[in-house]
Design a protein around this ligand. Structure first.
Ligand code: ADP
Ligand code: MG
Length: 258
């Protein structure tokens, strides 16, 4: 599906607390254009997951509304795929059947969904492991399967909540590269929550910093210097503005923490 514009208008979230409601997300206005790769960084507890879950349609906002292509989000939709830190694969199904599950639920016939699943498994490099069960995969392979499981629905928007947070550094960097390539080739809109500042600068076409008390977007930057160097992470890291932007973001995060 083609990605559509996402607009948040006055989106807020309150939870009931012992001393009355606690505002965890202050009224937030935000527009995300189709094809943007938006990274969200900020201290733990500042509302990143809350924001993502509202966009996914898992959580209703307490105020305001989210629209995708003009339609109000009022629940989950296969056009918005969600990837969490821990892969949520069905342990009793093979990797292939996990990937086929979404199309099956949507009534796609057996042959078509098998072909769709195999194409995605190839794309994420799991074609040899299609018959395995999730527990027979490494953490990185499970996250690949999870990404295939989401992309098989051809969502316009992919929402990722610290998807590589539990992986070792080498596997993480490999999946970061793969995700970047997938995004470039398939023109998805990505919202990517991370607490890794470097990860945000490497991957994002835009980086939002959130602050706490109540959660809100305190900084919104577009790392335009990456246009000079292309997609190679080593080239991005070597650019003089890389370190400067990383430090700038860190300052905003610490300020938001205080
Ligand atoms: P982050 O993902 O940035 O770490 P979250 O969005 O998970 O932050 O949480 C933001 C704040 O909302 C935290 O203070 C958290 O304790 C609180 N919170 C999250 N879910 C609930 C809930 N269901 N009920 C009450 N408070 C919650
Ligand atoms: Mg979180």
């Amino acid at each position: 599906m083609t990605a559509e514009r996402v607009t948040l208008t006055g989106v807020s979230k309150r939870y009931p607390g012992p001393d009355g409601d606690v505002e965890v997300l202050a009224p937030t206005d935000l527009t995300i254009e189709p094809g943007e790769f938006v990274c969200v960084v900020g201290p733990s507890g500042c509302g990143k997951s809350t924001l993502l879950n509202i966009l996914a349609g898992f959580l209703p906002p307490s105020g305001g509304e989210v629209r995708v292509g003009g339609r109000v989000v009022d629940g989950p939709d296969p056009d918005r795929g969600v990837v969490f830190q821990q892969a949520t694969l069905y342990p009793w199904l093979s990797v292939r059947r996990n990937v086929e599950f979404g199309p099956k639920v949507r009534g796609v016939d057996r042959k078509t969904r098998r072909a769709q699943a195999d194409r995605l498994l190839e794309l994420v490099g799991l074609e040899q492991l299609a018959e395995r069960k999730p527990y027979e995969l490494s953490g990185g392979q499970q996250q690949r399967a999870q990404i295939a499981r989401v992309l098989v629905n051809d969502p316009g928007i992919v929402l990722m909540d610290e998807p590589f947070g539990a992986l070792d550094a080498l596997t993480r960097e490999r999946l970061q590269r793969e995700l970047r390539t997938l995004w470039r080739d398939r023109r998805k809109t990505v919202l990517f929550v991370t607490h890794g500042i470097e990860e945000a600068v490497l991957l994002g076409t835009r980086v939002l910093v959130m602050g706490a008390g109540p959660g809100r977007v305190v900084h919104d930057v577009t790392p335009t210097f990456k246009d000079d160097v292309g997609p190679d992470f080593a080239d991005i890291r070597a650019h003089p503005e890389f370190g400067a932007l990383r430090d700038e973001l860190a300052r905003h995060i610490y300020a938001a923490h205080a």
